[in-house]
Design a protein around this ligand. Structure first.
Ligand SMILES: [Zn+2]
Length: 243
């Protein structure tokens, strides 16, 4: 599949596209997502890892696609932050293996990957290309929609960027808002919020019809079981995507 324009997903869409298993694991296992660094429209979160993970924590990177527009628009930083966190389109990635081996390809095809694009199809791990959020990202998306404290940090990032742009010359490096551990812990609720999958009126297609047709063409004529399974999955996606 070719690179598409990066369209992103809202937090609500990302949760709605996620599998019930990933949402359940997020509720049971992922207790916090600390926003550790905010800079020029990107936020880095540190989350705890699940019980069977070899890692002790994971890192989620989130990019607000509309950040420059939010900086330029009239209104207070708080108003701009409210719009960005609730309705803003996002790109995202996580350091966990589930995202790396299963979801990065889907995010690349769908146009919401942050960081490295992945063009290798997850043949056996995710032949139907389901999902959007791993359990760590699901926790981040929920905080993004509901946490007042997180929204205040996003407002601070907007304020810092407005001050930078207004400065004569305006070329200083974007200022990073970093949170010390104690401050980050205050941002995080004592009891993790229940992650609920919001209703989304109309989900974006996971990939464009043109992309899917191009991908299907590369599997045409192949008869090995893996290629047949991939072609079948792509055809199923095509039926559900935009004309
Ligand atoms: Zn993850």
């Amino acid at each position: 599949m070719g690179d598409r324009a990066q369209v992103g997903l809202t937090a609500a869409e990302a949760l709605a596209l996620s599998t019930p298993a990933d949402i359940r694991r997020a509720n049971q296992q992922i207790k916090y997502a600390l926003p550790s660094r905010l800079q020029a429209g990107s936020v880095r979160f540190v989350t705890n890892a699940g019980p069977v993970s070899r890692a002790t924590r994971h890192f989620v990177n989130l990019e607000f696609i509309g950040f420059s527009a939010a900086v330029a628009r009239p209104g207070t930083p708080a108003q701009a932050a409210l719009e960005l966190t609730k309705q803003g389109r996002l790109r995202f990635e996580c350091s966990c293996e589930h995202f790396r081996y299963v979801l990065r390809f889907v995010a690349t095809a769908g146009g919401w990957v942050a960081g490295r694009p992945e063009h290798g199809m997850p043949k056996l791990t995710n032949p139907t290309l389901d999902g959007a959020c791993c359990k760590h990202i699901a926790r981040v998306m929920t905080d993004l929609q509901m946490s007042v404290a997180l929204r205040q940090r996003v407002a601070a990032m907007i304020e810092a960027e407005r001050a930078r742009v207004d400065r004569p010359g305006g070329k200083a490096t974007p200022r990073a808002v970093t949170l010390r551990q104690a401050e980050a812990e205050r941002v995080v609720p004592t009891n993790a919020r229940r992650i609920a999958v919001p209703r989304v009126a109309k989900l974006p297609p996971p990939a464009s019809a043109a992309d899917l047709r191009a991908a299907i063409a590369t599997y045409r004529g192949k008869t090995d079981p893996t290629s047949v399974a991939i072609a079948r999955a792509l055809n199923a996606l095509l039926k559900g995507s935009a004309p």
